[in-house]
Ligand binder design. Structure first.
Ligand code: GTP
Ligand code: ZN
Length: 207
């Protein structure tokens, strides 16, 4: 059974002015250093807090790469949780679980015309290698059996429900579209078409 190892306050967000608490865990299964980021003490003060399970994307989260929407989604989540509280589970599942170097290889293939899933398959990987059982262990360690979930990905919803977490409602993220050859429009459209994502491509975030 995973347990909270340490929790400490810090400020996060673009201007380092959003109060949060970062939490580490013991006994997670896959050996990765997943963390939870808690806003407004939502884990102790809300009966049904907003949760996001965000998979690591170095290129998007750190460098705001044009190829995906991860960094913008992360900021959208931090800002929403600043307003209404919530718990962000930051999961070290780079490249939907294939790792950074393999994701870069997949980008090479995408530059040659393959879509995001075809590129994964061409490299010998399934469409999505992620397993959300450590996220469930983290929710259990935080004593959160009942949540609202921020995602467009039905697999995340099913993973929580299958593990016995009650998901009251699902909150979609905005479409963060970037044009151009190395843009993310085709990537987002492919996720909707082939990945059954519930993203509303017209729900564009106004600056
Ligand atoms: N293999 C592969 N992984 C990618 C590619 N583009 C982005 N990723 C990874 O996809 C994951 C995106 O994760 P999430 O932000 O949790 O998004 P999601 O599963 O699409 O679902 P929601 O954002 O919750 O709707 C990250 O781990 C990225 O590194 C790609 O072209 N190939
Ligand atoms: Zn990304």
């Amino acid at each position: 059974m995973a347990q909270v190892r340490a929790r400490v306050q810090l400020n996060v967000g673009k201007n380092s002015d959003i109060p949060a608490e970062i939490i580490s865990f013991t006994d997670l299964k896959d050996g990765k250093e997943h963390i939870a980021m808690v806003f407004n003490n939502a884990d102790t003060e809300q009966d049904v807090p907003l949760i996001r399970m965000h998979s690591e994307c170095l290129t998007g989260d750190v460098f705001y790469s044009s190829r995906c929407d991860c960094g913008e989604q992360l900021n959208e989540c931090i800002e929403m949780m600043h307003e209404q509280g919530g718990i962000l589970l930051y999961l070290r599942q780079e490249g939907r679980g294939i790792g950074l170097y393999n994701k870069i290889d997949a980008y090479v293939l995408q530059s040659q015309g393959m879509n995001t899933y075809e590129a994964n398959n061409h490299l010998g990987f399934a469409d999505d290698l992620r397993d959300f059982s450590d996220a469930v262990l983290m929710l259990n360690a935080l004593n959160l059996p009942h949540v609202k979930l921020m995602t467009n990905n039905p697999k995340k919803l099913n993973a929580l429900r299958d593990a016995g977490i009650t998901v009251d409602s699902v909150v979609g993220t905005h479409a963060h579209i970037k044009a151009g050859v190395a843009g993310n429009k085709a990537y987002l459209e492919t996720k909707i078409k082939h990945g059954a994502h519930m993203l509303d491509i017209k729900k564009i975030k106004k600056p």
